[in-house]
Design a protein around this ligand. Sequence first.
Ligand code: DSN
Length: 418
Amino acid sequence: MSSLSSVDPQIAELVRAEERRQADTVKLIASENYVSKAVLEATGTVLTNKYSEGYASKRYYEGQQVIDQIETLAIERAKALFGVNHANVQPYSGSPANLAIYMAFLNPGDTVMGMGLPFGGHLTHGWSVSATGKWFTPVRYGVRKDTGRVDMDEVREIALRERPKLIFCGGTAIPRTIDFPAFAEIAREVGAVLAADIAHIAGLVAGGAHPSPVGHADVISTTTHKTLRGPRGAMLMATSDEHATALNKAVFPGLQGGPHNHTTAAIAVALKEAATDEFRAYARQVVVNAQALAEELSSRGFDLVSGGTDNHLILFDLTPKGIGGKPAAQALDRAGLETNYNTVPFDPRKPFDPSGIRIGTAGVTSRGMGVTEMRQIGAWIDQVVTALAKGEDEAEHVIGRVHAEVLELTSQFPAPGL
Ligand code: DSN
């Protein structure tokens, strides 16, 4: 970063500080990961200088000799990795990708059905504060109180009653396998388009550690930076060619201008990495680690939504521990354990001060950590939370001790790309 350091030492120092912070922290945020050095390098290239509205061989600016090849490579790799006929790699991120699905299939006011945000859905699945909830007519499904899982009979009942034109499955805080065939059957029954939002689990799907929506969902949307371990970006895919034109038109010119070509290149690199045996082993280990961490927390009296996990994600309710999710997440962060506070299903508290915490194992698994480290992390979470419940003085002492132990662990497991 020699040029950055000389032109803007302030920003350069802040970037270095963030790099140190990431190196020294156990990243348990379920939607984050560490990209490889190769992905990082592709992101920081001259491709950022180029405008390329349109699609390969049909652009609105000259000079696309190279960009066309890069975007085509990314598309071909996405098609091969996920086994789809169509891929669009231009959406800037998950929310614009999902908005493009509305643009492709719905008119303003049409009904969309998605999982409610407090149950693990995403804002863009029709939640009230999102444009998708304001400009369309949202109906929601949730999870059962007794199981913490989606009840497909209830989903079917709501769909038959409300007749949505679009159904979303998937979300941001779902610890269990998504039943794509069951959603597809319901969508077919009511004549809806089924969109599978696999942002969280895309790396697990690619690596064979979660069933694929291909052949079930009409459209698949995903970010590229979570379990898939690419740059911040997104993709839209379709099993058949039927929806290709509608999706492409919705992304450009429907919603976006020029694609971010440096991101497209980095997505292509990440997709190449995800097609390896090494990545398949990584995806499996992410799930093994999550299940080990879930067991450790469960054995220490934590109340896990749905009782455990099938994927990379664990959601727990801190009510039985006598504290809220937010103070607990803040205390864990001071101890070097990075999480996010999160609503839990039927949460009586507000989203900005909810009852739960969401964690995931994509990042720690990228650092090479395994079951032994998961058990240790579970013990640290318990120690910090238990101390916090007793009061700040007790917590300060425990946080200091855990933080020193976290630094010792992170020094043994260097993060990729840093
Ligand atoms: N922010 C993402 C997540 O954390 O799951 C969803 O948009």
